[in-house]
Design a protein around this ligand. Structure first.
Ligand SMILES: [Zn+2]
Ligand SMILES: [Zn+2]
Ligand SMILES: [Zn+2]
Length: 281
């Protein structure tokens, strides 16, 4: 299963749009991996995780062909993960691939579905254009569906947006845990992981928004909490020595520049995500 991070920042990006803090200034000065767009990922060239407002920028930067994408799994309804207006570009005037009967499928929680419905009912068109091309499928926590040949299981996140989901993606030998936005994992999620560990994860991507080891917030993880999550996954045989652990979803408020985060997390066996990082999961 191919996997690519299209963006690796929290909502404000790095450097943040109107910010003048030391981290943003230093990130802008260094460039490269220090520059982070809002979070999202592409699986196998045809399955998106989240609709980031920076998807168009990612398409340009990584020369992506998104014309085959007909499915997006949405973690939650925060605007940096679910830019609802983006779906307007999957209509025949904006995408010449879209024809009547050709549907784009969104997948997410009932709350995310209600945010989608609220948006489509608020836009006043002569006829309901979006509904002809985009269909929303509600996922319940711990439900598994198959999308584009990938087994997708929704797990419960702990986050400030109602009914936020994180995901397990499985295909062939690959078993990936995509864990943001979430604080230290919910008990029910640990229970599901304990009951479904026939195969250790090949890749685990964790929320690192709180950065600095001592920071704590219920709806995001710190680097210390990333390390604790890894230790518990290893202790409970959900992961093994071959599992690749990756820190992901960063904020300028956490004082984490890429290079320093790599130096800090390397001894703990973590890679640090950057925009465009692509690998076989
Ligand atoms: Zn986020
Ligand atoms: Zn800043
Ligand atoms: Zn969020």
């Amino acid at each position: 299963m191919k996997f690519q991070y299209l963006g690796t920042a929290a909502a404000e990006g790095i450097p943040a749009l109107f910010c003048d803090c030391e981290i943003c200034r230093e990130a802008a000065r260094r460039g490269g991996k220090e520059l982070r767009m809002r979070s999202g990922a592409l699986v196998n060239e045809n399955l998106l995780i989240d609709l980031s407002p920076d998807l168009f920028a990612a398409r340009l930067q990584f020369n992506l062909d998104l014309s085959k994408v007909r499915n997006a799994i949405i973690t939650h309804a925060h605007s940096d993960h679910f830019d609802r207006e983006m779906m307007g570009f999957f209509t025949p005037t904006c995408a010449h691939i879209a024809k009547t009967g050709d549907l784009f499928h969104l997948w997410g929680s009932a709350y995310t579905a209600s945010a989608w419905k609220e948006y489509t009912s608020a836009i006043q068109m002569k006829e309901p254009v979006l509904e002809q091309y985009v269909v929303f499928h509600e996922l319940k926590p711990f439900e598994t569906v198959e999308i584009e040949g990938v087994r997708v299981t929704a797990l419960k996140a702990r986050h400030s947006c109602p009914e936020s989901l994180i995901y397990v993606l499985e295909q062939g030998d690959a078993r990936l845990f995509y864990g943001n936005d979430t604080g230290p994992l919910a008990d029910e999620t640990w229970e599901w992981l304990a009951q479904n560990k026939e195969k250790p994860f090949t890749t685990v991507s964790l929320d690192s928004t709180m950065g600095h080891p001592e920071n704590h917030y219920y709806g995001h993880m710190s680097l210390k909490e990333n390390i604790e999550t890894k230790e518990r996954m290893l202790a409970e045989s959900m992961a093994d020595a071959n599992t690749r652990f990756i820190c992901h979803h960063f904020s300028h408020n956490a004082l984490c520049l890429h290079k320093e985060t790599v130096d800090f997390m390397k001894p703990h066996g973590f890679d640090v995500a950057y925009d465009g990082l692509s690998f076989n999961a």
